[in-house]
Design a protein around this ligand. Structure first.
Ligand code: HEM
Length: 275
C-alpha cells in the first residue's frame, strides 16, 4: 500500500520507505508470530500466546501512521484545489485507501485487539465478536483496498467525459456506512451479548443453537438488513457500473498514456505545492 500512495502522489517517497522498513521488521519478526492468536485451543505454551497477542497488535501501527500522512495530504489538496489548473484525478481512490487505514485501525486494530488477549479468547473464540472483527478487518482493509485499486485503474480506462466521480462517491459512502452499520447494529452487540452469556453460563452454552437463534439474536440479525441493502445497492452497484464503463469504452493504449501524462502532471503540481 505505501507504493500505491506514492504512485498517486499523496505520500512522500521517504515516508513510504520508512513505513515499508517498519512493516518489513514487524511482518517478518512479528507477522508470523502474530498468527499464534489463532492457536488458542491447540495446546501451545502460554509464552506463544503472549507473543502472538503482542505482535499481531503491533502490525497495525505502520499503516495507521501512513494513512495519517496520506490524509493530511488530501486535506492539503482540498485547500489548494481551487488554485490547481487540473483537479486531482484520484480523489476517490485515495479516499478508499484512507478507508483502508480507518478500518485497519478499527477493524483489525481495535476489534482485533478486543479479542486478542488469551483470557478473552478463552471465553470468546469463534463467537460473534470474531465475526465482528473478521468482517471489519477483511472487507474494511482488503475489500476497500481492492475497490480503491480498481478505481485507480478504471480512471485510466474510462474516457474522461464518461467517468463518474458521483458513482465513486456514492460507492465510497455506501460501502463504508453499510459496513459500519453491519458491525455496530449487529455483529458487535451480538458479540458482547454472547461474551456476557459465555462468561456467565459457560462457553458451550453461548454457542448452542438455543442461544444463537434466541429472540434478541434474531432481532439484532434483522437489524443489519438495511445496512446490507445500502452496502449492496449503493456500494457494489456503482463499482459494477464503473467496471462496465471501463470494459465498454476502454480508452486505447496511446490515448490512455497521454491521459496518464496529464493526470500525473496534476499530481506533480500538487506535490510541488505541498513542499
Ligand atoms: C487486516 C488484518 C486482519 C484481517 C484481514 C483479519 C481477519 C481475521 C479473520 C477473517 C479472522 C477469523 C478467522 C477464523 O474464524 O478462523 C480473524 C481472527 C482473529 N483475529 Fe484477525 N485479522 C486481521 C488483523 C488482526 C489483528 C491486528 C489482530 C490483533 C490485534 C487480530 C486478532 C484476531 C484474533 C485474536 C482472531 C481469533 C479469533 C477467534 O478465533 O475467535 N487480527 N482475523
Amino acid at each position: 500500500m505505501p507504493s500505491n500512495f506514492v504512485l498517486m502522489g499523496v505520500v512522500r517517497e521517504r515516508v513510504a520507505l520508512t513505513m515499508i522498513y517498519l512493516d518489513i521488521l514487524l511482518y517478518s519478526a512479528g507477522g508470523i508470530i502474530g498468527t499464534m492468536h489463532h492457536l488458542y485451543f491447540s495446546g501451545e505454551p502460554s509464552v506463544h500466546m503472549a507473543l502472538g497477542a503482542f505482535f499481531s497488535a503491533a502490525e497495525v501501527i505502520p499503516l495507521t501512521l501512513l494513512t495519517l500522512e496520506a490524509w493530511s495530504f488530501v486535506q492539503l489538496g482540498a485547500h489548494q484545489g481551487t488554485r490547481s489548473r487540473t483537479p486531482f484525478p484520484h480523489f476517490w481512490a485515495v479516499m478508499f485507501l484512507a478507508a483502508v487505514g480507518f478500518w485497519n485501525f478499527l477493524g483489525a486494530g481495535i476489534f482485533g485487539f478486543l479479542i486478542n488477549l488469551p483470557i478473552i479468547s478463552y471465553y470468546e473464540i469463534g463467537t460473534a465478536l470474531t465475526a465482528n472483527h473478521a468482517h471489519a478487518a477483511m472487507m474494511g482493509v482488503y475489500g476497500m483496498l481492492a475497490v480503491g485499486l480498481a478505481l485507480f485503474c478504471l480512471r485510466y480506462m474510462i474516457p474522461e467525459e464518461r467517468w463518474s466521480d458521483r458513482a465513486a462517491k456514492i460507492s465510497f459512502w455506501s460501502l463504508n456506512l453499510g459496513l459500519l452499520w453491519m458491525v455496530f447494529a449487529t455483529l458487535f452487540p451480538l458479540g458482547i451479548l454472547q461474551l456476557y452469556h459465555s462468561v456467565r453460563y459457560g462457553y458451550f452454552d453461548a454457542r448452542t443453537l438455543k442461544f444463537v437463534t434466541g429472540r434478541t439474536n434474531d432481532l439484532l440479525e434483522w437489524l443489519r438488513f438495511s445496512g446490507d441493502t445500502v452496502f449492496i445497492l449503493g456500494g457494489v452497484l456503482p463499482v459494477l457500473y464503473l467496471s462496465w464503463l471501463g470494459i465498454r469504452y476502454m480508452v486505447p493504449r496511446a490515448a490512455a498514456d497521454d491521459d496518464r501524462e496529464v493526470q500525473f502532471s496534476a499530481v506533480v503540481e500538487m506535490n510541488e505545492a505541498a513542499k
